[in-house]
Design a protein around this ligand. Sequence first.
Ligand code: CTP
Length: 396
Amino acid sequence: MAMKNKTIVLGVTGSIAAYKAAELASRFTKDGFRVDVIMTESSQKFIAPLTFRNITGRPVVTTMWDIASEFSVEHVALAEAADVVLMAPATANTIAKIACGMADDMLTCTVLATKAPVVIAPAMNNNMWANTITQENVAKLKKRGFTFVGPAYGRLASGKLGQGRLTGLDEIYGITLQALGRKGDLAGKNIVVTAGGTQEPVDPVRCLTNRSTGKMGYAVAEAARNRGAEVTLISAPTALAKPPGIKVMDVNTAEEMLKAVQSAVKGADALIMAAAVADFRPLKKADKKIKRADLSDLTLELEKTPDILAQVKGDFIRIGFAAESHDVIANARDKVKRKGLDMIVANDITEKDCGFGTETNRVTIIDSKGKAEELPLLHKGEVADRILDRLITAMR
Ligand code: CTP
């Protein structure tokens, strides 16, 4: 992702959850963003500006009236520099001020003056959140295009349970990237991605499946979201967290995946089949658990599953994956033709650092004419972006 040169203005307000903003600042900084933190006066009672200064390596704005600050000359400098403004945690008080158009500190000033997308992650007492006044403020801001993420239900500062906790940092992170990419090169595009290995039941306990972890497909879905696409992720069972800002359809079997794909591709611009669909399934699923005593004369009869990519055709780009253990390019070229694809992403699963469960992959992208482009070993997120670059060219 081209995060360099992107500026996130992180607004921190006076909530006990303010310490979590340090973790967010750290993640964004590590991922290559420029993070400029604005702290309200009350937030500084909970966490020191020095923390953010050291994490981001940038000056932290703590007041409008510091003449030594590089931002103070032009009090809307950060509003203009921001590619996205994230307020996390956002108190009821700051939300109310923004809803009223007030600008009495650097954070509210920046929010009022910016043209960048604004993401708000509230954190407050559950009664304050539920109060009609807060809810009206939130509704008003949502109507004006502000994005809210959370709050979550859980243990609050009061020790009681309720809705008001700052939501999970993964969710805030994902929604911020989505907001950042709203006008990206896939804006307005509808993309369907499949991921994970399907599970074909033998009986209520056992199934036939494969070693796919879903990482490549999830990386493609997230990269497409970060570039502005509306993404539907059809996921076979995986241990991965659901990516925020993406519509996820959970399926188990190849048959269920086929049905989900058929319904999701209506109006889609592209189908990217990163799922490892089981090629065969037990002819019959036992209704009850097969007992050890029955195993001596057990024969599993198998039948083919539907070939989803070969069957689902339409007015959209179709991209397949080919995880091969030998004759990678020849096999992949054959699949492009056989399934009538616009392109296929081939990889050799026997190579080091490639294939199932790894964070990286070395792939070759082959187009419908059989032309191959070999990519170096890359993080799966970068592989995803390269595939999307090719998709954009194909859509033109
Ligand atoms: N695929 C599919 N439906 C299936 C099997 C595979 O849609 N029943 C898709 C996969 O998601 C992948 C592409 O087809 O994008 C190639 O999958 P792969 O398993 O490599 O190919 P197969 O057609 O199963 O061929 P082979 O078993 O000979 O490798």
